[in-house]
Design a protein around this ligand. Structure first.
Ligand SMILES: Cc1cc2nc3c(=O)[nH]c(=O)nc-3n(C[C@H](O)[C@H](O)[C@H](O)COP(=O)(O)OP(=O)(O)OC[C@H]3O[C@@H](n4cnc5c(N)ncnc54)[C@H](O)[C@@H]3O)c2cc1C
Length: 416
């Protein structure tokens, strides 16, 4: 496997560097980097971080660097997955990020491009890519995570015409773990529209305006002291009929597009903690001559090369909407979480006893935050176990997991 750039990629990399040099400064790897402050418990600092993420995304959009693999017709650059990976690698060296905006784009973009109506694409994709409008993902529920298709949130057609004669749906239920719902303008929502058919068949995918009456958002504070995600309660929320994405009852197929690109997106999020950052830390701490640390650094570097290669393959599958994406996504996510664990574990070991501290640690506890974050990365976007099941079935051809509720109407199933 050749990990060196082709001539085309080397040229592209030089172009990326030129853009980044012009608009951002190199990361210093300490507290003075604004791009490190996404998890700050100081609300003012966190608000400033969100503001700068939005500014950065708007700049990339204006300069033609947003949505590198998005088709030009949807406002993207029409580039290749390899170019996206190169861009991410270079960006990781600079004090700049679009933060959670990137995540929302990865979830919503491919889904609307593949299943949205031309009107939906024209209305939402531009502001999504420019970072002007923020989105959240309203999928998981207290009783439906890994087994998402068993979800209970109900959408019923309103008997009244509503919304200027277009018809509407009324939604009731509860979602949970909704990342960044407190800042979102819109959400992608999966709800049950027919309880009398098997669980996968009675679901519909909606776009919901997060300012709609009847939506209550309650932040959940995590171990790091910040509220990354929320509970979202929906009470008689009205959604216009033309906010359905795909067909009524075909929501599972639409949601699968979102879920597939989600695992790839999460695996790309490791850019915040690249190999170079660990190496820098080791240099600052004067431990690069330690034989054990050198060996572990080499392992982390090898992980990064493997991830780069897997990232290309998976991004290619995302953009081509290929059916083997589930396989690529599961492989990538499983490898990514292990590699993330090795990387942040090494960083804390390099910090030595200070690694046990938080507030007093170097870089405002950046590595401490990432260390805790690695556990969340093994759950969000599908747990390690669920992705391994996927690999067992799809890569190894093992028998499908037994299920007692796949063929029966959802209303006849027993739920937690
Ligand atoms: C940081 C973070 C951000 C998130 N953001 C969002 C978001 O924005 N929107 C959203 O909708 N959701 C979000 N989630 C929710 C996430 O998708 C779910 O947590 C995840 O799918 C697991 O579901 P669960 O928490 O209900 O766990 P469960 O499904 O109850 O699983 C509990 C345990 O059982 C294991 N398990 C379950 N089924 C199987 C099986 N068949 N075989 C083997 N083991 C199994 C799991 O691996 C896990 O260890 C987020 C989660 C995290 C951690």
């Amino acid at each position: 496997m050749d990990f060196d750039d082709t001539a085309d990629l080397a040229e592209f990399r030089a172009e990326v560097r030129e853009f980044l040099d012009q608009h951002a400064t190199l990361r210093r790897g300490d507290d003075s980097d604004w791009s490190r402050h996404g998890a700050s418990t100081d609300e003012e600092v966190a608000a400033e971080y969100r503001f700068r993420c939005r500014e950065w995304q708007a700049l990339m959009f204006r300069e033609g660097w947003a949505g590198i693999t998005w088709p030009v017709a949807f406002g993207g650059r029409g580039g290749t997955p390899a170019q996206q990976v190169v861009f991410n690698q270079e960006l990781a060296r600079y004090d700049a990020t679009s933060g959670f905006i990137t995540a929302a784009q990865a979830l919503v973009g491919p889904t609307l491009m593949r299943h949205g109506t031309p009107d939906q694409q024209a209305r939402y994709l531009g502001p999504l890519l420019s970072g002007e409008e923020w989105w959240c993902q309203l999928f998981s529920e207290p009783g439906a995570g890994s087994d998402l298709a068993s979800l209970s949130t109900r959408a019923e057609r309103s008997p009244a015409t509503g919304s200027g004669g277009r018809g509407e749906w009324i939604v009731n239920g509860q979602k949970v773990w909704t990342s960044n719902a407190q800042f979102a303008d819109f959400g992608i929502l999966v709800a049950r529209t027919d309880p009398n058919v098997p669980k996968h068949e009675g679901l519909t995918f909606f776009i919901v305006d997060m300012q709609s009456p009847g939506i209550e958002i309650r932040p959940l504070i995590q171990a790091q002291g910040v509220a990354h995600f929320n509970e979202v309660f929906l009470t008689d929320v009205r959604i216009p009929a033309d906010h359905v994405v795909g067909d009524v009852g075909d929501g599972w197929r639409v949601a699968r597009t979102t879920l597939r690109s989600e695992s790839s997106m999460i695996s790309g999020a490791g850019q915040a903690t690249p190999f170079g950052a660990v190496l820098e830390l080791a240099r600052r701490r004067g431990v690069t001559s330690d034989a054990v640390i050198r060996q572990r650094l080499a392992g982390v570097y090898a992980d990064e090369l493997v991830l780069r290669w897997m990232g290309w393959r998976t991004q290619t599958a995302v953009m081509q909407g290929r059916h083997d994406l589930a396989l690529h996504g599961s492989l990538l996510k499983n490898f990514f979480t292990r590699a993330f664990q090795r990387r942040v574990g090494l960083a804390l070991d390099i910090e030595g006893p200070e690694g046990m501290l938080w507030a007093d640690a170097e870089g405002d506890g950046f590595w401490q935050y990432q260390f805790i974050n690695q556990f969340a990365s093994r759950i969000g976007g599908g747990t390690d176990e669920v992705h391994r099941n996927n690999l067992g079935e799809q890569a190894l051809g093992l028998p499908r997991e037994p299920s007692t509720d796949r063929e029966v109407p959802w209303s006849a199933t027993t739920r937690a």
